[in-house]
Structures are given as structure tokens and as C-alpha cells.
Design a protein around this ligand. Structure first.
Ligand code: PLP
Length: 423
């Protein structure tokens, strides 16, 4: 019996022993084509020699130094690179160990910023009903998945919620995309006004919804409308790019395709591509300047912030993406994947929608294509799909809870940027 508290306490998963490129192998000799990189993590596939070499070199030099005493050249270089590559004045980087920590950090940085702006009454975040922002208490409170929140409800902060941008289900027949988008922005404004704009810290959203929706891109102009409202009411816009960032959608940041600048961006997954646990918050200059000229400290910190080996891995990942022109590859392969999915499943009676951007795609599964009726949650379709796919030697990322976090199923695909046409 395993001593690990696994995700299922009744079942020990296969033992992964090696990985190379897009292939993972288990201890029984089975191999799997990793078409989701876990959950959109392994953007360079497994065992990339440049990343492995960079990690070795860093371990040989220095594995750890506490940030209360030191910074390191490698963390400085990574932060400089992230700042240089980020749009606008997203110039300041806080390095953490994963996506949830990145979101917690973003929430705290946002709160400290409003306090130091002399507006301590601002305490509320607004988020969307279809979202996942992580599993730590702050990030969990923010997320739209009611099922995940339920057992912890008494421990979670209040969050105001608005509709997601979910055209497949929510745009009415005959309603134009522009009208649908305008209705969402109007709903957000109602929520801001109802809360009292002076009480709101920020609006948080995934530019392309990942796990709790299934690769849902925004409608044109949606985030422009969000940004305009945030500006109107002095509210921060926090983009959670933990899944959709770092090239996954074909640009380094998914918001670049929306032509808007968030105040804070959370990064994870693709930043270190799974080679090390690493995440980051990228903050606009005025936010950090306010703290610098105010208290002079960010009241936060973890033991492993700015970890040198994690930074070395992430830096190598970013270099490979640039050197090998992988953003272009994401766009080209993404177009192929879209075509293949549409050819294979476009007429499938249980595939209601095929959507995505770059190399982040999903199939939404429905009982009835015409009515869009979802399968019953009790079927636990996602578990069956995962098991069946693995039995066929394929890793995909099926999830339940596409609708209100409770019903609805989708299968997420997020192959590595280095995948070939043949893969
Ligand atoms: N935010 C988004 C959009 C995510 O997809 C995830 C993870 O799936 C997280 C935050 C949390 O990241 P982590 O699991 O690294 O804590």
C-alpha cells in the first residue's frame, strides 16, 4: 500500500518512470503519448536536454540561498527576461513555486497596493463563475467551481461572481457576438456598482479559461470592455495566465491577443514546463512604485521564492522557446490540431463544441448535441475518459464541472510545443 495521500485514496496510479519528448513510460513498460502535458504543463515535452543541462549546471553551482539574505544571478536574469518579454510596464516579478502561490501572491499584492493607496476599505475581489485559480484558500475562494469550494466554505473569503464568457452555451440564438459581449460587460458593471466600487480591489479572470471550462477563448472585445470598466472604477485587473500563459496560445501572454494590459499577471505551469515547480506574479510599475515609496516592503514570502534551480529551469525553457521559434510552432501545430479535431469529432453525436487557441484545445461532451444537454455528473465521465485513454496509451485531461463548476464535461488537449505533425 502506498504511503502517499494520492488524489484518490482508493487507488494508486501507475508509476511513471521515464519520459522522452511527447512519450511517458510507466514501471510496467506501458508508454503513453502525453497529449496534455499533465494539465498544460510540459510545453517542451519530457527530458529536454537544454533544460536538464541548465538545471545540472545550477545545482553544481548553488542549489539554494534564502532570499532574506541573498538574491542570485539566475533569479535576477529570469526576472529581467520575464519583464523584458512582458507587454507594457509589467516590469516587476515575484517568483514563487506554482500557480496557486502565484494567485495568492497576486491577491496579497493587490490588497497591499490599495491599502498603501490609502483605500483600506477595498476588500472585495470579483471573479467569474467558470474559473479555476488554484487550491489554496484564497485562490480556491476565487474559483468558480462550487463543488470544490463546498467543504471549505466557512474558511473562504467572500467573492462577488459574474457570468463567464461562454459563448457556446450562453449566447442566445440570434444574439450577435457583440451584443452578447456587451451584456457580459454590463453585468460586470452591475456587480461593481452593487458591491460599491470603493470596496472592490480587483477583477480576476483567465484570459482563456482552462480546467474549469475547457479552453474557452474570450469573445472579441470582451477584455477591452473589462479593462475599460476597471479603469472607470479604479479597480485592478488580475489576469490568471497560469494555464494559458507562456506561449500556450501562440503568444507569450494570452492577453496580448486581446490588446489589453492587466495590472497583475499570474504565471505557472509553462513557465518551468514541469522541470521544476515555479510560478510568478508580474506586476505593473505603478503598483510596485507605490509600495517602494510607501512601506518599502511587500509583506509576503515563502521559503522557496526565487529558487535558483527552478529559476535556471524556467530561464532555459524561455530561451528554448525563443531560440527554436516555438511560438510560431504553437500557431502552426494549433491550426493542424484544430483541423484534425474538427475532422475527427466535428460530427460526433456527443461532442457539442470544439474550441481553443494555439495548442490549448477542448472537446465539450454532451448527451445531446441539439439541446446541449450535459451528461449526468453521477456518470463521472471524466474519470471514465481518463481511464480509457490511458488504457489506449494516451494522456488527455478530462474534467467535469464545465457548467457552474458542477455539471458538464470536457476533454482538454495541450500537447508540447515541440510536438510534430506526426505526433
Ligand atoms: N490558475 C489556473 C488558471 C490554473 O489552471 C491552475 C492549475 O491548474 C492554477 C491557477 C493553480 O496552479 P497550481 O496547480 O500550480 O497551484
Amino acid at each position: 500500500m502506498s504511503h502517499i495521500i494520492h488524489r484518490s485514496l482508493r487507488r494508486t496510479p501507475p508509476v511513471a518512470v521515464s519520459g522522452e519528448g511527447i512519450i511517458l513510460r510507466d514501471s510496467k513498460g506501458n508508454s503513453y503519448l502525453d497529449a496534455s502535458g499533465g494539465a498544460a504543463v510540459s510545453s517542451l515535452g519530457h527530458g529536454h536536454p537544454d533544460v536538464v543541462d541548465a538545471m545540472h549546471a545550477q545545482i553544481d553551482r548553488l542549489a539554494y540561498a534564502h532570499t532574506a539574505f541573498f538574491t542570485t544571478d539566475v533569479a535576477e536574469e529570469l526576472a529581467a527576461r520575464i519583464a523584458y518579454d512582458a507587454p507594457g510596464d509589467l516590469d516587476h516579478v515575484y517568483l514563487v513555486s506554482g500557480g496557486s502561490e502565484a494567485m495568492e501572491t497576486a491577491l496579497k499584492l493587490a490588497r497591499q497596493y490599495v491599502v498603501e493607496c490609502g483605500q483600506p476599505q477595498r476588500h472585495l475581489f470579483i471573479a467569474r463563475r467558470q474559473s479555476y485559480h488554484g487550491n489554496t484558500l484564497g485562490a480556491l475562494a476565487l474559483g468558480g467551481n462550487a463543488f470544490r469550494r463546498k467543504p471549505y466554505a466557512p474558511l473562504l473569503m467572500d467573492v462577488a461572481r459574474v457570468a463567464p464568457c461562454y459563448e457556446y452555451r450562453d449566447r442566445a440564438d440570434g444574439q450577435s457576438v457583440a451584443d452578447y459581449t456587451a451584456s457580459l460587460i454590463a453585468e460586470l458593471e452591475v456587480a461593481i456598482v452593487a458591491a460599491g466600487p470603493e470596496n472592490v480591489i480587483g477583477f480576476c479572470a483567465e484570459p482563456v479559461v482552462g480546467a474549469t471550462g475547457g479552453a474557452i477563448p474570450p469573445t472579441p472585445g470582451y477584455f477591452k470592455g473589462v479593462r475599460a470598466l476597471c479603469d472607470k472604477y479604479g479597480i485592478l485587473f488580475i489576469a490568471d495566465e497560469v494555464m494559458c500563459g507562456m506561449g500556450r496560445t501562440g503568444t507569450l501572454y494570452a492577453v496580448e491577443q486581446e490588446n489589453v494590459l492587466p495590472d497583475l499577471v499570474a504565471l505557472g505551469k509553462g513557465l518551468g514546463a514541469g522541470y521544476q515547480p515555479i510560478g510568478a506574479v508580474v506586476a505593473r510599475d505603478p503598483i510596485v512604485q507605490r509600495l517602494r515609496n510607501g512601506s518599502g516592503v511587500f509583506q509576503h514570502g515563502h521559503t522557496y521564492v526565487g529558487h535558483p534551480v527552478a529559476a535556471a529551469a524556467a530561464l532555459a525553457v524561455q530561451r528554448v522557446i525563443q531560440r527554436d521559434c516555438l511560438l510560431g510552432a504553437v500557431t502552426v501545430r494549433g491550426a493542424s490540431l484544430r483541423r484534425l479535431l474538427r475532422d475527427a469529432f466535428g460530427a460526433h453525436p456527443h461532442v457539442g463544441d470544439i474550441r481553443g487557441r494555439g495548442l490549448l484545445w477542448a472537446l465539450e461532451l454532451v448527451r445531446d448535441r441539439d439541446t446541449k444537454e450535459p451528461f449526468a455528473p453521477s456518470l463521472k465521465l471524466h474519470e471514465a475518459v481518463r481511464t480509457q485513454a490511458m488504457a489506449c496509451g494516451l494522456i488527455v485531461y478530462p474534467m467535469g464541472g464545465t457548467i457552474d463548476g458542477e455539471r458538464g464535461d470536457h476533454i482538454l488537449l495541450a500537447p508540447p510545443f515541440v510536438a510534430t505533425e506526426a505526433d
